[in-house]
Design a protein around this ligand. Structure first.
Ligand code: ADP
Ligand code: ZN
Ligand code: ZN
Length: 720
C-alpha cells in the first residue's frame, strides 16, 4: 500500500495526556465521529477531531481499528468547544471530549436513530370518560394526550407516568405507538397562556429580542420575585418560532422540577432534560433528540452544556452566581463561562439571570461588556422584606434560637403563616468533644471533626462519608461522657418540635433530599398551612413558597471570619436569596439575622443596603486587594499520600514561573489538608493579565514532568 492512500486523523483518546493522537485511516473520517483505536495494550474509544490527507506522517502510526458511527455525532462547533475547554482549563483533550457523550455512548454501542412516539387515536379523542371512571390514572393520561396529542416517554414523565397505564390505553386503542426518525420534529401544542409582561419585563424582553441572531451576553439582574422566569419564557418562545434550539441551565437537579413543569406546560414535547439522576437510557434519548434537533429545549445541570446542539439560538443560565456551576475536579470548568463561549460559537444571545449576580458578571455589566437588564420591582403587591439583626449577646439561647426569635416565630404561626429557619449545618451536633482532655472524634481519613447524626446514631464525616457507630466514652482518657455542642438541622428540628408541638415541622437538607425529591417535599408547604421549614442552603434556592412571612438566619456570623475572600459575597447572596423566599404571595415578609457582632460593618450593610450597593463596594475592595475579577488566578494542586512530595513538587513548579507580572503564592496546604487519606497542597498563580498568566502556565506544563506516579497534579483555572 502506498502512503498517499491514507488519511491521518487526530483522535481525542480518553487518557491523561494533553494532546490528541494521530492514527491512519483508509477512508476520510469526518471530525465528530467515534472510532475504536488501540492505545498501548488497550483498546479505547475516541473521537476524531481533525483529519487530513497530507501524507506527511511518520511511518509507524497505527491504523484506526474501526469506525463506530456512520455519521458524525458532534458538529464543528462542538469540536471547537472541546479544543477551547482543553486549552483553557488545561485538561487532556480526550477527557474533555468524553464529557460530550452520555456514559452509555462512551462505550461501543449502536445508537438508534428512531424514537417511539405515542399518539392519541381518533377513538381516544371521542372515547367517553365515563368508561374510564374506574381507572383514574388511565383517565389522567388520556386527558394529557387530549391536550398534547402526542408524547414521548420523556414527555410522559412530567405526569405520573406508568408504563402499565400506557399499555392499557394502547390495548384499548385509545393511543397508538409508532416510531419516527429522530430528525423529524415532534408536533406539539402550547396550551398555557403567557402572562402579559409589565413594563420592566417588557424592556428586558425587547432588549433580548434585539440580540436574536447574534452573540450578546445579557445580565438579567432582577430582585427575587420580579418575574425573571416569565420574562425569559417569552424570548424562548420567539427563538422556538425561528426553529432554533434553546439551552436552559440550572444549578441543581432539585431546581429543575418547577422549571421543567413550567417549560413543559408551555412547550410540551419540545423539552428534554439532562442531569445525572436520569437513567442512562433516558440520558441517551435526551442527547439524541437534542443532537438531532428533534427536541428544541434542553434543560439541565452544568454538564448539559456539553450536549451537542446543531442550531442553538439562545442560552439561559438561571441563578448564574451559583457556585454549583463550577466543577471542583478536572476539568475544573465553569458551566456559565463555557456557556458564554458556546453562545459565541453559535452566534446567539445568552441570558444570565440572578437576583444576586456574581461580582464577575456584575463587573462585566458595569464595563458594558454585558447588557444589563434590571428588574427592580417585585411582581406581586408585597413589599420588600424587612431585615433585622437579633443581638445574641447575653441572651438565653435554646438550640441556637434566641427567646425573642422564638416569640416572633410564634406570632407568625398563630397568624396562620409559615416560617423558614436557615441553618447551614446538617446533622445533630457539629461539635463533639471530651471536656476533660479536649479529644474529639475525628475522621481517620480526613483532617476534620465528625458530626453526630441522631437519625442514624452515628458520627459521620461530611467530606468522605466515613461513619462510626455512636459511642459515649472518650477514646483517650477515662471520661465516659462526651459533650455535644452546636445545633445542626436535626437538633433544631427536634427542639422546634418541643417548642411548637402543634405545628408541622419539615426539615430539608441533603440527608433528606437525597431520599426524596425536593418537589415532593415542598408539596406540603405549598398547601399553605402554618408550619416551620428548617433547612440548609438547599432551601435558599429559587423555590416559590408564597406563605412564608418570616425567615430566620440562625448564624449570621458564619462568613465573617472566613479565610475565603468570597465569603462576604456569598453571605450577601445567601441572605438576599433567603430573604427573597419570604413574603412572596401577597404577604410581606421579615428576615431575622441572629448575630453576636451586630455592629460588624458587613452585617450593617446587609440590613441597610441593596445587593447592588453592596456589590459595588465589594468590587472596590476586590480591586484594591488585587483579587478577581480584577486579577485572574489559577491554582495548582498536588495530591499524594506524602505531604512532603506534595510540597516538593509544587516548589519545583513554583520555580518555573519567572514572569515578574505573575505572583505565585504557596506552597501551602489546602483548607482541608487531608481528605480520604490523601494530602492536598496548592500554589496559586495570579496576574492582572489573563493571557500572560495562561501562556506562562502553558509553558510550565510543557516543561514539567512529574516523575513516577506518587503525586497527582490538578489545575483549577478561575477557582471559586
Ligand atoms: P423570579 O424568577 O424573578 O424569582 P418568577 O418569574 O418566578 O420570578 O415570578 C414570580 C411570580 O410572579 C410567579 O408566580 C409568576 O407567575 C408571577 N409573574 C411573573 N411575571 C408576571 C406578570 N407579568 N404578571 C403577573 N404575574 C407575573
Ligand atoms: Zn478525654
Ligand atoms: Zn472523612
Amino acid at each position: 500500500m502506498k502512503d498517499s492512500e491514507y488519511n491521518v486523523v487526530e483522535v481525542a483518546v480518553p487518557v491523561p495526556v494533553r494532546s490528541s493522537f494521530s492514527y491512519l485511516s483508509k477512508n476520510q473520517i469526518i471530525p465528530g465521529t467515534r472510532v475504536k483505536v488501540s492505545f498501548g495494550s488497550r483498546t479505547l474509544i475516541g473521537v476524531v477531531i481533525s483529519s487530513s490527507t497530507k501524507p506527511n506522517f511518520q511511518k509507524d502510526l497505527k491504523s484506526i481499528d474501526s469506525v463506530l458511527d456512520d455519521k458524525e455525532l458532534l458538529n464543528k462547533k462542538d469540536i471547537e468547544l472541546i479544543s477551547w475547554l482543553s486549552n483553557y482549563y488545561k485538561t487532556p483533550i480526550g477527557e474533555v471530549a468524553k464529557l460530550f457523550f452520555p456514559p452509555s455512548m462512551r462505550k461501543e454501542i449502536e445508537i438508534p436513530d428512531e424514537q417511539e412516539i405515542f399518539e392519541l387515536t381518533q377513538k381516544g379523542e371521542f372515547y367517553s370518560e365515563d368508561l374510564l371512571k374506574k381507572s383514574p390514572k388511565q383517565l389522567e393520561m388520556l386527558s394529557y394526550f387530549r391536550k398534547e396529542k402526542t408524547a414521548t416517554r420523556h414527555g410522559l414523565k412530567s405526569i405520573s407516568y406508568d408504563s402499565r397505564i400506557l399499555r392499557e390505553l394502547i390495548k384499548k386503542e385509545l393511543i397508538s405507538k409508532k416510531k419516527i426518525k429522530y430528525k423529524e420534529e415532534i408536533q406539539y401544542e402550547t396550551t398555557e397562556n403567557f402572562l402579559e409582561l409589565n413594563s420592566e419585563q417588557k424592556a428586558a424582553y425587547e432588549s433580548f429580542k434585539e440580540s436574536i441572531g447574534s452573540f450578546k451576553v445579557h445580565l438579567l439582574f432582577g430582585v427575587t420575585g420580579s418575574g425573571k422566569t416569565e420574562t425569559y419564557m417569552h424570548i424562548v418562545r420567539d427563538v422556538l418560532e425561528n426553529h432554533k434550539q434553546v439551552a436552559v441551565l440550572v444549578p441543581e437537579i432539585g431546581l429543575t422540577g418547577s422549571l421543567e413543569k413550567s417549560l413543559k406546560s408551555r412547550f410540551g414535547n419540545k423539552v428534554v432534560t439532562m442531569h445525572s439522576s436520569l437513567s442512562n437510557k433516558d440520558r441517551q434519548r435526551s442527547w439524541k433528540s437534542i443532537q438531532s434537533s428533534s427536541a428544541k429545549i434542553i434543560l439541565g445541570t452544568r454538564s448539559s452544556i456539553f450536549t451537542s446542539t446543531s442550531d442553538l439560538g439562545l442560552i439561559i443560565v438561571d441563578e448564574e452566581h451559583d457556585s454549583s456551576y463550577k466543577q471542583n475536579e478536572m476539568p475544573c470548568y465553569s458551566a456559565r463561562d463555557t456557556a458564554i463561549y458556546k453562545a459565541k460559537l453559535h452566534d446567539c444571545p445568552i441570558v444570565l439571570a440572578s437576583a444576586t449576580p456574581s461580582l464577575e458578571s456584575f463587573n462585566n455589566a458595569k464595563l458594558k461588556k454585558y447588557a444589563l437588564n434590571k428588574l427592580e420591582e417585585r411582581v406581586s403587591e408585597a413589599n420588600k422584606p424587612k431585615l433585622e439583626l437579633i443581638d445574641l449577646r447575653g441572651k438565653e439561647i435554646i438550640s441556637g434560637l434566641a427567646t425573642n426569635t422564638i416569640a416572633e416565630i410564634k406570632k407568625e404561626l398563630t397568624n396562620g403563616n409559615q416560617v423558614m429557619i436557615f441553618q447551614n449545618r446538617r446533622g445533630y451536633s457539629p461539635v463533639v468533644v471530651c471536656e476533660s482532655c479536649g479529644w474529639s472524634p475525628n475522621c481517620p481519613n480526613c483532617d476534620v471533626r465528625m458530626v453526630y447524626h441522631k437519625q442514624t446514631n452515628k458520627y459521620s464525616c461530611h467530606h468522605c462519608g466515613y461513619a462510626e457507630n455512636y459511642f459515649q466514652e472518650c477514646k483517650v482518657c477515662p471520661n465516659n461522657e462526651l459533650s455535644f455542642y452546636g445545633a445542626g438541622t436535626e437538633k433544631l428540628e427536634e427542639s422546634l418540635r418541643t417548642i411548637f408541638p402543634d405545628f408541622p415541622i419539615l426539615r430539608i437538607d441533603s440527608d433528606i433530599s437525597y431520599k426524596k425529591d425536593l418537589n415532593t417535599l415542598l408539596a406540603q408547604p405549598l398547601k399553605g398551612e402554618p408550619m416551620i421549614l428548617v433547612g440548609t442552603q438547599i432551601l435558599a434556592k429559587g423555590h416559590h413558597l408564597p406563605d412564608i412571612t418570616l425567615v430566620v438566619i440562625l448564624d449570621g456570623d458564619f462568613s465573617l471570619y472566613s479565610l475565603d475572600f468570597r465569603a462576604t459575597e456569598r453571605m450577601n447572596q445567601l441572605i438576599t436569596q433567603v430573604a427573597g423566599r419570604s413574603g412572596r404571595g401577597n404577604k410581606s415578609g421579615k428576615v431575622l439575622i441572629q448575630t453576636f457582632v451586630p455592629e460588624h460593618p458587613s452585617l450593617e450593610k446587609v440590613v441597610d443596603s441593596s445587593y447592588e450597593t453592596i456589590a459595588e463596594s465589594l468590587l472596590q475592595d476586590r480591586n484594591q486587594n488585587k483579587l478577581p475579577p480584577f486579577y485572574h488566578s489559577i491554582n495548582l494542586i498536588t495530591e499524594s499520600t506524602s505531604y512532603i512530595s506534595c510540597k516538593e513538587e509544587l516548589n519545583k513548579i513554583r520555580g518555573m514561573f519567572v514572569n515578574p507580572h505573575i505572583d505565585v503564592i504557596g506552597p501551602q496546604p489546602c483548607i482541608i489538608e487531608k481528605r480520604k487519606n490523601i494530602f492536598r497542597w496548592q500554589i496559586s498563580a495570579k496576574s492582572k493579565n489573563r493571557t500572560l498568566l495562561h501562556n506562562s502556565l502553558n509553558r510550565v506544563l510543557e516543561n514539567h514532568k512529574i516523575i513516577g506516579n506518587k503525586v497527582r497534579l490538578s489545575i483549577d483555572v478561575d477557582p471559586l
